[in-house]
Design a protein around this ligand. Structure first.
Ligand code: PEP
Length: 261
């Protein structure tokens, strides 16, 4: 790594509520074939940490699919309590028991449809860190907030309120921030590299204030919002964009592999 790119990039698919176990078997047959035809996973692993955020019904099939590649499986949510009367929820110890590596938390779809607050996201972050799993924390502004010139204010509030639930101890564990402008998710609109880089620089500066300079320099801040094989190279070439969270383009093995190669 050069000094300009001190952090290993993290590329994660987000499958949302897609795929059955049969689909997953087909996906990984193609994924593994394409990777092996292009020289094997080890050359990708030199540049990228790779993961898929998948529905809980697919954990086991995905783990079989990625066996011996080093690709990690993530959940798409978790509860902050270890156990209890929380019907429909999955705890961190349960996710650990299922063999997943971490969880995407605070995705804008969960904020929008499930009323997830910054405080809840912070509690989930804390529970994941304490449990030894990787939190991938999503933040980002809506279209109206960007148009009103409030992008930085929104990101700052999201970070502050979320971090208010996270202990100093937990900040010593690895975490990933996903900057996902809501207006770019699933819309085909992508932040320009300049817009994304500026937001990532701002987030890193805020993190330096809220945590420590060392933490802010080590943390991977990844971009999400209609990233695809045509725009990934340019976005990933920005010095503060440390990877991508990829929805639509992660559903087809061919597209996702093109992003990795
Ligand atoms: C996402 O769901 O996190 C996402 C970025 O989706 P898409 O790539 O489809 O915009």
């Amino acid at each position: 790594m050069t000094d300009a790119y001190p952090r290993k990039k993290f590329i994660a698919g987000n499958w949302k509520m897609h795929k059955t176990r049969g689909d997953v078997e087909t996906f990984f047959q193609t994924f593994n074939r394409l990777i092996s035809e292009s020289g094997g996973f080890s050359q990708i692993a030199e540049r990228y940490d790779v993961a898929f955020g998948v529905p809980a019904t697919l954990f086991e099939t995905c783990e079989q699919g990625v066996k011996s590649t080093g690709v990690r499986i993530l959940a798409q949510n978790c509860h902050w309590e270890a156990q209890g009367a929380f019907t429909g929820e999955l705890s961190v110890p349960m996710l650990k028991d299922a063999g997943v590596h971490g969880a995407i938390i605070g995705h804008s779809e969960r904020r929008q449809y499930n009323g997830e607050t910054n405080e809840a996201v912070g509690k989930k972050w804390q529970a994941l860190s304490r449990g030894g799993l990787l939190p991938v924390i999503c933040i980002g502004e809506s279209r109206s907030e960007r148009e009103a010139g409030k992008t930085e204010e929104v990101l700052s509030v999201q970070l502050r309120e979320t971090l208010s639930q996270v202990s100093k101890d937990s900040l010593g564990h690895d975490f990933v921030i996903a900057y996902e402008p809501v207006w770019a998710i699933g819309t085909g609109l992508t932040a320009t590299p300049d817009q994304a880089e500026a937001a990532h620089v701002f987030i890193r500066r805020e993190l330096a204030e809220l945590t420590s300079k060392a933490c802010s320099e080590a943390v991977r801040i990844i971009y999400g919002g209609s990233m695809n094989p045509s725009n990934a190279r340019e976005l990933l070439g920005c010095p503060n964009i440390d990877g991508g969270l990829i929805g639509g383009a992660s559903l087809k093995a061919e597209d996702f592999v093109r992003i990795l190669l």
